[in-house]
Design a binder for this molecule. Structure first.
Ligand code: ATP
Ligand code: SF4
Ligand code: MG
Length: 336
């Protein structure tokens, strides 16, 4: 499926040399945190693209940048973020605040890390839907809005009484599903999920994944998602981007990432996964990730890489394209 994607599918979101840096002040000294550092992405219509990487490597910042909703203390947002709207490519970094606000949720929506933050604890779910839809759709009265919310809730197999409760009255799993229902209510072309299944038990997690896949099938839209759970990546993603220290270092179809990882960091990630029937200790990635405010020279993985060579310490490798969907940034590529 994913192997033919590049040929047949339309790009719905594209970034070019995207950088998102924060400024931190530590004891009077300013430090630049390079959370997203030169990321080029092409995301296709009707695919599920997921991003994996260690904690703190910049995944949430990248998602927020793609959603076009980064707030201070971000000091630098550079490069292009292009959405394809009505057959036209629009660099959304150049739009006005109001234009950006309208695109959010109608063209692209966001499911944040932790569903509680989405809702006001003293407002019932029904009013949250009404406020949200009302702020995006003109000339709809409250009854119509309620009808729309109820229809989506029912389509997604949720009990209709979820609209009549306060957020804290829902279980974590149910609240997460309601959050996803809300994020899909205006049929966005792209839905972004930041760890939508984290902190849920496996059964509830499976329900949430199924719900995301059903929405994607029904709306024929695109999902971009981050998760720490490689099992979730394996179940849901068409393609996976591996992120390390603010950069995508490998990208391929899910099958290729799991069966033939090429970047040494990806190999560690995959080899550290438990294997059925194999009780031996798995190797984890040696050392610790670098501080994004004090990155090593050259390839940022070099202090932890067992294959490091002189050039790795000096220069960041460009991407090598191994096949249509598979690209890797590593000096080893091309060598045996
Ligand atoms: N508002 C902020 N101000 C300053 N630095 C920030 C801010 N938000 C994130 N950072 C820093 O940017 C880097 C990337 O953070 P980000 O939250 O994007 O990582 P992440 O990969 O999503 O991590 P996790 O897996 O733990 O959610 C980290 O070093 C973090 O400390
Ligand atoms: S470029 Fe060098 S240091 Fe970086 S992952 Fe490849 S071999 Fe290791
Ligand atoms: Mg995060």
């Amino acid at each position: 499926m994913a192997e033919t994607m590049a040929k047949t599918k339309q790009v719905v979101l594209r970034t070019e040399q995207l950088k998102a840096f924060y400024v931190l002040e530590v004891r009077g000294i300013q430090k630049i945190v390079k959370a997203v550092n030169d990321v080029d992405l092409q995301i296709y219509e009707n695919e599920i693209y997921s991003i994996a990487g260690e904690s703190g490597c910049g995944k949430t910042t990248l998602l927020k940048a793609l959603f076009n909703d980064i707030v201070p203390p971000l000091r630098l947002l550079e490069g292009k973020i292009c959405y394809r709207i009505n057959d036209e490519e629009i660099d959304v970094t150049r739009l006005s605040k109001e234009e950006k606000r309208r695109l959010r949720m109608e063209y692209i929506s966001f499911i944040p890390q932790g569903s509680m933050s989405v809702f006001n604890p003293v407002i019932k779910i029904e009013s949250a839907f009404a406020d949200f839809i009302g702020s995006h759709v003109n000339e709809r009265n409250r009854a119509e809005i309620f009808e729309l919310a109820l229809r989506r809730i029912q389509e997604l197999g949720l009990p209709s009484n979820v609209l009549d409760v306060y957020p804290h009255q829902l279980s974590g799993g149910m609240r997460q599903r309601v959050t996803i229902a809300l994020a899909s209510i205006l049929n966005p072309r792209i839905m972004i999920g930041d760890e939508p299944t984290t902190a849920l038990d496996v059964v509830v997690q499976r329900g949430v994944i199924q719900m995301l896949m059903d929405i994607q099938q029904n709306l024929k839209n695109t999902i971009i998602m981050v998760t720490h759970d490689m099992g979730v990546h394996a179940n849901i993603a068409d393609r996976i981007g591996i992120m390390y220290a603010g950069k995508i270092v490998e990208e391929a179809s899910t099958e290729t990432i799991f069966a033939e990882p090429v970047h040494p960091y990806t190999q560690f990630l995959i080899n550290s996964l438990p294997k059925f029937g194999d009780k031996s200790m798995r190797d984890s990635v040696p050392g610790s990730p670098p501080a994004l405010s004090d990155l090593p020279s050259g390839c940022p993985f070099h202090p932890r890489c067992p294959y490091v060579k002189d050039i790795c310490r000096q220069e960041m490798p460009d991407f090598s394209q191994l096949d249509e969907n598979h690209r890797v940034a590593c000096w080893l590529v091309g060598e045996n």
